[in-house]
Write a protein that binds this ligand. Sequence first.
Ligand SMILES: C[S@@+](CC[C@H](N)C(=O)[O-])C[C@H]1O[C@@H](n2cnc3c(N)ncnc32)[C@H](O)[C@@H]1O
Length: 180
Amino acid sequence: MKIYIFRFGHRLERDKRITTHCALVSRAFGACKMFYSGQEDPSFENSVKEVQEDWGGNFTIEYIPDWEKFFNINKDKYYIVHLTMYGTAFDDFAKNFNKTFKKGLQKQKKDLLIFVGSQKVPTAVYHFANANVCVTNQPHSEVCALGVLLNALVDYRTVKFSGAKIKVKPNLKGKTIVKN
Ligand SMILES: C[S@@+](CC[C@H](N)C(=O)[O-])C[C@H]1O[C@@H](n2cnc3c(N)ncnc32)[C@H](O)[C@@H]1O
């Protein structure tokens, strides 16, 4: 089962770094693709591509000009988890997901899509999402929310980054980069 991310409502000035960080977190935890809506941003796309060229993997980004049309056409292909402080606890969700849902979705050939907002998320999203999930019921950051949820769903040690030009050799102290 693949993991996709949908980043809703990207704003060129305000969200450049945060959207880039959402993409990098998603990639590091093995998501295969980020869709994004809002303002198209080739500079954000290029900065993630540059990381990808050095650090490997097959993570891709696709701009979606009309998010409603995207979900009208595609929503049945995915199990949609919306990250929102109004949702129910992510850890309860993750436990059930890892124990039971995941197998069911694999049988139905559905992939997981994690939806994160930036600007105000329309009410419709809370209804078409299969689950509205919080990482605490306090407002904070989509980067944190994504990282915490993905960490509960994915064993990051198993994620492979094919074609990497550089890798880290883990050290308790100091830094070692290995070039391929
Ligand atoms: C910084 S918030 C801004 C929310 C926006 N002002 C609104 O009213 O929808 C952006 C995104 O971060 C995520 N987020 C923030 N706090 C969260 C929490 N406690 N749990 C889960 N996701 C959260 C949500 O996806 C949210 O749409």
